[in-house]
Design a protein around this ligand. Structure first.
Ligand code: HEM
Length: 402
């Protein structure tokens, strides 16, 4: 059998490297130490999305749907191939940015991710295919495939309109949107439904269908929020706002279901898992409010010009909604050794960093005076995050195979 705890050790190793690179980027704002800042941003973002989140989510999916002896050998080969592509990116991006070798490794990674999708659909049983969680995770994996159209388009754009064109930025936003709003968030809902279904929370086909349709329609429509910086026709602002409404209704349906079955759900979840899921849920709802303000014509343009607000929003989703939910699911499915102290430190570091980043964005927008040493404070709070992730990683290294 594949030892999935080792896979989570690797995923957390990537998370630690992500945090270290993020810390160095922030340190560079106060000390100018990196020879090429953009190359490290590329390394950081690839290892975060394709190393940490991808490895953690695919390991969870494997544990819940595919963990059978007969598949071990095939899966090990796919996993090894995927890791070679990620380590290849880790080595080549800092040296050459987008260059021949980093592009080769990122392209091979795309094939590995298609391979995982095929593996999932091919080897899940008929019974598993009937579950709601399967349907959500399959949709999540489709978004993973759709997101890859962004990098494929980049290849064409670099050879035609170039990296300073609107098309270049739009295809990066396309990739990011379908990664986090599609692949990450829809898959995380799939994992939540797995717990609900196993916990005997009765969800009718009709209720699920409505939730599923609203969620997916919302994912597709909210892509238009990512192109509002182009100041398009007002029709696109309307679609972006409709997306917020669709997601608002979908989340409310799910929230009501969980609240009505709270006793049953609570009995299935450890205290730490409950707390982490509640925090992630609150962050997800707040994300929707940010999305709403970012879809209003005047604000959309202002926000798109404000790099601090964009980075704060993206990390709200990555470090807050996504990573905190992943911790909760890894802990629930016994793949992660919970360390309460490290998790609290993580939440404190996250909250502090976000407050400071949003504050920095707000003063740039309003033109008011900044507090002294703001970049230094942001670097220190990123150091707190690095420390928390380091402790989680070290604890995980000692987490034995059960
Ligand atoms: C752990 C602590 C982290 C720190 C301190 C950090 C810090 C940073 C910094 C300083 C940047 C560069 C912003 C710029 O100047 O353009 C950045 C960009 C980025 N980070 Fe992080 N980050 C962290 C975690 C993560 C995680 C967990 C993810 C995803 C799962 C992530 C995804 C990204 C992405 C995609 C970008 C590029 C954004 C863009 O192209 O506009 N980061 N991060």
């Amino acid at each position: 059998m594949v030892d999935l705890k080792i896979h989570i050790k690797i995923a957390l190793g990537y998370f630690f490297i992500t945090a270290l690179l993020g810390f160095l980027l922030r340190l560079d704002h106060i000390s100018d130490l990196l020879p090429n800042y953009r190359y490290i941003v590329h390394t950081h973002s690839h290892i975060a999305l394709l190393g940490w989140v991808y490895t953690a989510l695919t390991t969870l999916i494997y544990q819940l749907f595919l963990h059978k002896k007969e598949l071990s050998k095939k899966y090990r080969t796919l996993f090894l191939f995927t890791q070679i592509t990620i380590i290849g990116m880790l080595v080549t991006f800092p040296i050459q940015g987008y260059g021949l070798f980093s592009i080769i490794f990122s392209t091979l990674y795309l094939f590995a991710s298609y391979g995982f999708m095929w593996f999932f659909i091919r080897y899940t049983s008929k019974d598993q295919k009937q579950t709601f969680s399967y349907k959500l995770i399959r949709a999540g994996l489709w978004y993973l495939v759709i997101s890859s159209l962004g990098p494929w388009a980049l290849g064409i754009i670099m050879n035609t309109t170039g990296s300073s064109s609107d098309w270049y930025r739009s295809s990066i936003y396309f990739f990011l949107h379908f990664q986090y709003n599609g692949w990450f968030i829809v898959t995380l809902f799939g994992l939540l439904f797995h717990i609900l279904e196993k916990g005997m929370v009765s969800i009718s086909k009709r209720e699920f269908k409505l939730f599923f349709r609203l969620l997916n329609l919302g994912v597709i429509c909210s892509f238009f929020t990512s192109i509002l910086w182009l100041e398009p026709h007002s029709f696109f602002y309307a679609i972006a706002l409709i997306a917020v409404l669709l997601h608002g209704i979908a989340f409310y349906i799910l929230f009501k279901k969980i609240r009505n079955n709270w006793k049953v759900v609570r009995a299935k979840l450890e205290g730490s898992t409950q707390l982490l899921l509640k925090i992630a849920g609150a962050l997800l709802v707040t994300k929707l409010l940010f999305q709403f303000s970012g879809s209003l014509p005047h604000y959309a343009y202002q926000i798109s010009q404000n790099i601090d607000l964009i980075v704060a929003f993206l990390h709200w989703v990555f470090l807050g909604v996504v990573s905190i939910s992943i911790f909760a699911f890894l802990g629930h499915f016994k793949l992660l050794a919970y360390s309460r102290k490290a998790l609290l430190l993580y939440i404190a570091g996250f909250a502090l960093t976000e407050i400071l980043l949003f504050y920095k964005g707000a003063i740039a927008w309003l033109g008011t005076v900044s507090i002294d040493n703001l970049p230094m404070l942001i670097t220190i709070s990123s150091g707190v995050l690095l420390l928390a992730i380091g402790i989680l990683f070290l604890k995980q290294l000692n987490y034995k195979k059960s």
